[in-house]
Design a protein around this ligand. Sequence first.
Ligand code: F6R
Length: 242
Amino acid sequence: MNLRIFDHEEDLNASGAGLIASLLLMKPKAVLGLATGSSPIGIYKHLIALYQKGRVCFEQASSFNLDEYVGLPVDHPESYRSRMNELLFHQIDIDLARTHVPNGNATDLAAECRAYEQSLETCGPIDLQILGIGHNGHIGFNEPGTDLSGRTHVVTLKEGTREANASFFRSLDQVPNQAITMGVGSILKSKQILLIARGEDKAKVIREAFLGPITTQCPASLLQCHPNVVVLLDRGAGRGIL
Ligand code: F6R
């Protein structure tokens, strides 16, 4: 594992964006695994700035998002499809047809999960998977102690996860109860993983994930089994390590 702690947000963002930009330079058809949530936003902003300066091109790249809420209309501002369109896809030259986000409104969710996994198999493996981490150690929406099934599946969100995401909605009861998520197995198939965490409130879980035992009680600890993980932390999130 390659772990780096930054004093300045801008340096963290530049480091993450630099990793993605250099991958695209070497491999223009790279498959990117993307996350929503607040952790990667600064990196996406930095990537957009690099794109505007002509230093990175997404024309031939494709992407797979980790997860999507179940039952939230796709044009709802908090659907992960809407968030990705706004935060990244509409600001770069990626072909929208090659951006994949699970369909949380599919009538047959199990079939949607199988189809998503099939597309991952066909287009993958993912060259670089971006991850945030939940306070309880979730990656994607793979919650602790639940079925950490290897493949894309439907999960019921823990109350703590819904509460953490409630700030994006008008009230807690508007946060969906379920989501589709790539499984830990799907995530671990990625060639490289880039995990980002910011803020002192993530320090405890970062310590558990990377210095604690490998356990399904902390899904992120399973990343210790992966040979190529880069972890970028701000000083707050790195506090439990240094
Ligand atoms: C988002 C995702 C989640 C978040 C995690 C951290 O696509 O899969 O695992 O990465 O909940 O969220 P933030 O970054 O908002 O702290």
